[in-house]
Design a protein around this ligand. Structure first.
Ligand code: EGV
Length: 375
């Protein structure tokens, strides 16, 4: 929504995340800001050596190795052989390339999971797409209706902010429907590294169905690498969308050093790093829930394992009120209205707290939340 000269009527979620980078307690953005583990520290300590290694190695080798290490660590074995993979600066850049490719081909009608992080509907809308919201529950039980004319089904799994996951059966169901109706099935799996339940081999299900698909993988949320990350745009070699052409209009490739770092972090993740990360996030989630227990607050996403947690504020208050009150105390969380991109009121009861933080920071954030609920 914007006024006549295109000024938005309200800030997007990223604009709400920005002030948290300046000062105060930042549990707003979903980026990884925790203390590196012992083995992650060893990688960071090798940076000068990795820089030289990256400079001496052909970038095609570094690219392939980063892709192999990451896709293997998250269980996507069928992507290693049967797909084309384009490495991007971030998942949002991959998303932008995908949207421009759709626009080029005259695609307009996209069914999109609701709620989800607002830059996904925003990027699609800016590329001229018309969006139809699809509820998580209806995706999971297969009852979501895709009206005639839908050309893309876009699902974020695990979903941000709810942690909801598209099961293997539900993926197979939608892949079959997409195959029979010529719909492109698009997935954003940026949070899958946090949840083993979303590390089944999606690409074998997709290939078996014969549907058109585009998957956006991402390392950006996983490791405390100061936003040195890649997003991977993954699709079948015979996909007619001009993804490679749009990609080359935007990028030659990503930094060899970043590719090498991603490989190192991904290999570490596969060798126990993910188990450690899952334990860390679980412990932070327990800490937050424990601290808030007893207040008139609840966690609607009991099954979530991703690195953000939604909490419902008490009746009579709104997420926007609570996040504004917290901001005045220097504590930054996200109000959830904008995640519900088609119906902001549906998110009014929630705020989102980032869990990929040092436990001490989360404790302080939880105490501030309690403080602003007391009369
Ligand atoms: C989250 C920030 C972008 C995004 C954060 C995010 N916004 N890329 N425009 O990376 O959940 O906080 O996804």
């Amino acid at each position: 929504m914007s006024d006549l000269i295109g000024r938005p009527a309200f800030p997007n979620l990223t604009e709400l995340e920005l002030p948290a980078l300046e000062s105060g307690i930042n549990v707003a953005d979903g980026h990884a800001r925790y203390e590196p583990s012992v083995s992650q520290h060893k990688i960071i300590d090798r940076l000068p050596e990795l820089f030289c290694q990256a400079a001496e190695t052909p970038v095609s080798v570094l690219d392939r190795e980063a892709q192999r290490a990451y896709l293997t660590a998250v269980g996507q074995h069928s992507a290693l052989t049967g797909t084309e993979v384009l490495s991007c600066y971030s998942s949002s850049v991959a998303m932008e390339i995908f949207s421009l490719a759709l626009m080029t081909c005259g695609v307009r009608k996209v069914a999109l999971i609701h709620p989800t992080f607002d830059n996904i509907p925003d990027i699609l809308t800016r590329a001229g797409m018309h969006l139809l919201p699809v509820a998580e529950d209806h995706l999971l039980d297969g009852t979501a209706g895709l009206p005639a004319g839908i050309e893309v089904l876009f699902v974020t799994t695990p979903n941000n902010p709810t942690g909801w996951i598209l099961s293997r059966d539900a993926l197979a169901h939608w892949a079959r429907i997409c195959a029979s109706r010529g719909i492109i099935l698009a997935l954003d799996t940026s949070f899958r590294g946090f949840d083993e339940r979303s590390c089944y081999d999606h690409f074998s299900v997709l290939a078996e169905s014969g549907c058109r698909y585009v998957v956006i993988e991402d390392t950006g949320k996983l490791w405390p690498a100061l936003d040195l990350k890649v997003g991977f745009l993954v699709f079948p070699p015979d996909e007619p969308l001009p993804l490679r052409r749009v990609y080359t209009e935007i990028l030659l490739g990503v930094s060899p050093l970043v590719l090498l770092l991603v490989r190192c972090f991904a290999e570490d993740a596969g060798e126990g790093g993910f188990a450690e990360l899952h334990q860390f996030i679980r412990s932070n989630r327990d800490l937050l829930r424990g601290r808030l227990a007893g207040a008139e607050i609840h966690s609607p996403d009991q099954a979530s394992r991703i690195s953000v947690e939604r909490i419902a504020v008490p009746p009579g208050m709104s997420g926007t009120q609570v996040s504004s009150a917290l901001r005045r105390r220097g504590v930054h969380v996200l109000p959830c209205g904008q995640f519900h991109w088609a119906e902001p009121e549906a998110g009014a009861q929630f705020v989102r707290v980032a869990l990929s933080r040092p436990p001490g920071l989360l404790r302080a954030a939880a105490d501030a939340i309690l403080g602003c609920l007391r009369p």
